[in-house]
Each structure stands twice: as C-alpha cells, then as structure tokens.
Design a protein around this ligand. Structure first.
Ligand SMILES: Nc1ncnc2c1ncn2[C@@H]1O[C@H](COP(=O)(O)OP(=O)(O)OP(=O)(O)O)[C@@H](O)[C@H]1O
Length: 234
C-alpha cells in the first residue's frame, strides 16, 4: 500500500451475518474535501467509522500516511492528526466558548492554531465569552467542530454536521467548512443535499454498502442513476 494521505482499499464490513460494506476503495489527498452521500442504511456512518479507525474492517485496509489505522486506540489515531466530530454535541454548557476550546487543547502535544484564528474559523469570535448553554444549536455544532480541530489535525471527519440546523446555519456551516478546508482535509457524511451542493465537494455515493458513483457534486446531481437510487428505483 502506497503512503498516500488517506487510502481505503477493498473495504468490507460484516456485523454477524449482515454484510454492510463491500469492496469499497477510496483515496483522498491532503486538504481535499469529500462528501459521502447515499440513501438511508447505505453504510455511510459505518464507512466513516472505518475511515477513522474506530471500526476495524472485516476485509481490506485503511491507511493514513501509509500506516494502517484499523482498531488503533482513539488517542493514537488522534495523535496521527485525525479528528472526528460526532452528531451529538458534547460541549461543556457551563463553560464559555473560549474555555471549551481551551479544555479541548489540554494534553495536546501538537502545534496549535492561535486562539483568535480558531475562533474566526468557526465563526464564533464575537461569541467567545458566551456560555455553552446560551449558544444556538448551530453555534454548538460549530464549537464542537472547533474542539475537534483545537489540536490542529490534518484530517477532520464529520457525521451529518448540519443535522437539525436552520437553512441559514446550514449555509454558514458550508462556508465554515470551506474556511477549514484551506488548512486541512475534510470528509463529511451528509443527508442534506442543499448542503452538499453548497460544499461543491468531490462526492462519493454509497448504495447498499457498495461504491456507486464518485465525482464532482454537479455531475453526481445530474446523474439519472443516482436519482434512481435515492428514489428507491434501483
Ligand atoms: N454495530 C452494528 N451492528 C449491526 N448492524 C449495524 C451496526 N452498525 C450499523 N449496522 C447496520 O448497517 C447498515 C448500515 O448502517 P449505517 O448507519 O452505516 O448506514 P447509513 O448510510 O449511515 O444510514 P443513515 O443514513 O440512516 O444514517 C444498517 O442496516 C445498520 O442497521
């Protein structure tokens, strides 16, 4: 396996008798932007868990800068420069925005972004002294992204980053990810097609646990076969 940035080769994942992923290949570069879409149950979250090393695939290998990461302890994966934001925010509601970011930095041995730069990137510079509990839903998600990247990773994985957001928050999140993407690679699993359109990312379509299509979102959106998949016609 070559030492490209992130490479997944012939990934298969089985839970008991259920084959959830089959024969998926993906290779992404530094500072790339990738969206993973597909109908419910297509295996998107499972694939994201395999890409972060949280799940060791039953077949195939995931390597980050040439090192196999499947099943490594989370702190080792984080130290390699991979960060993950989950769907449910886990910010500290009694701490301010800035204090939350400081907590996220504790123990980090990596070079860090200046605090102001981090606040600017997540769009919360003017909200730095506001307590977590007072933030709007979207702002909590952005703070969580800030906490995930506080130790300056080179790859960030997001599972449905716009879940529950208003259309404005969703648009702001796309802009936020574009800002982040100047510094690091981002992979996002997402349901909201308006968000994926705004991202304009290289897009991977999964269908029934298999690779279905990959390409620029504009091409994917115009693809009749992809529409059929979403409408359950395939
Ligand atoms: N730990 C597990 N054990 C058993 N089955 C699982 C496990 N995790 C996921 N699955 C099954 O794998 C399939 C794919 O689930 P996954 O959550 O990856 O799909 P998804 O594309 O992210 O779906 P959604 O869009 O609904 O979130 C589903 O049938 C799910 O029930």
């Amino acid at each position: 396996m070559s030492s490209s940035f992130l490479r997944a080769e012939k990934i298969g994942m089985r839970f008991g008798g259920l084959q959830v992923l089959s024969d998926i290949d993906l290779e992404i570069g530094e500072r790339s932007l990738t969206a993973i879409i597909g109908p419910n149950g297509a295996g998107k979250s499972t694939f994201l868990n395999v890409l972060t090393g949280v799940l060791r695939p039953t077949e195939g290998v995931v390597a980050f800068r040439g090192q196999a990461i499947g099943g490594l302890p989370l702190h080792r994966i984080a130290r390699l420069g991979i960060a993950r934001k989950f769907q449910i925010p886990s910010i500290f509601s009694s701490l301010t925005v800035v204090e939350n970011l400081q907590v996220a930095r504790w123990g980090s041995a990596r070079t860090e972004w200046p605090e102001d730069e981090l606040l600017e990137m997540i769009g919360l510079r003017d909200r730095r002294s506001v307590q977590g509990a007072e933030l709007a839903h979207g702002e909590k998600q952005w703070l969580e992204i800030g906490m995930a990247i506080a130790s300056s990773p080179t790859l960030l994985l997001l599972d449905e980053p716009t879940a529950g957001m208003t259309p404005q928050e969703t648009a702001d999140t796309a802009a936020l990810i574009h800002r982040l993407n100047k510094k690091l690679a981002v992979i996002a699993v997402e349901h909201d097609i308006s968000f994926v359109r705004a991202l304009g990312a290289d897009t991977l379509v999964l269908h029934q646990g298999r690779f279905f299509r990959q390409g620029p979102f504009a091409e994917i959106e115009a693809d009749e076969a992809v529409r059929d998949v979403y409408l359950g016609r395939r």
